[in-house]
Ligand binder design. Structure first.
Ligand SMILES: Cc1cc2nc3c(=O)[nH]c(=O)nc-3n(C[C@H](O)[C@H](O)[C@H](O)COP(=O)(O)O)c2cc1C
Length: 158
């Protein structure tokens, strides 16, 4: 199976998650992990499973991820399995009532990524998933790399 994982990352946390998924899925598959700055639309050719991940920035995916998704021509992902993930802060550690309300309204990056992938024709094979960082710059919370590997492995079964 040809698998493409595209990610963005400012402080390296989403990159670690993407790399871990790549390593996990790499056994027996043709896996490419691409930072968004290196990703061109032609990388999508022949892909069977596309996974896209972004840090949550102001409740959304990063601007480069949004732009990449927007520019995928309609129908390109028809017949392609898709999944989306993000990194995000632990809301219990955020001491702002306003932010809690905004997160309830606007959520995180993974869901809009998944919606966009489906809009372009993709078949969603997992619920959008978030992985937790401690504070804005991380590091990843304990166990998140393992959880990412398990999430990716589950996708292969679908
Ligand atoms: C400008 C900015 C906006 C952010 N907005 C959110 C947010 O809306 N929700 C959230 O959970 N985390 C937010 N964060 C924290 C990021 O999700 C966190 O920096 C990211 O997961 C780290 O991943 P990276 O190392 O791959 O960049 C924000 C961080 C920055 C710098």
């Amino acid at each position: 199976m040809k698998i493409l994982i595209i990610y963005d990352s400012f402080f390296g946390n989403t990159e670690k998650i993407a790399m871990e998924m790549g390593k996990t899925l790499g056994r027996g598959n043709d896996v490419t992990v691409l930072r968004i700055t290196e990703a061109h639309q032609d990388a999508l050719a022949g892909v069977n499973l596309l996974m896209v991940g972004s840090p949550t920035r102001a409740f959304k995916p990063s601007a480069p991820i949004r732009s990449f998704l927007k520019h995928i021509p309609s129908g390109t992902l028809s017949g392609v399995k898709v999944a989306a993930f993000d990194t995000r802060v632990v809301m219990d550690e955020v001491d702002s009532r306003m932010l809690h309300v905004l997160v309830k309204w606007f959520g995180y990056a993974a869901k809009p990524i998944a919606d966009r992938l489906v809009k372009k024709g993709g078949t969603l094979v997992a619920q959008p998933e978030g992985f937790f960082v401690g504070g804005t710059e991380g590091p990843l919370k304990d166990g998140e790399l393992k959880r990412a590997a398990a999430w990716a492995r589950d996708i292969l079964k679908k």
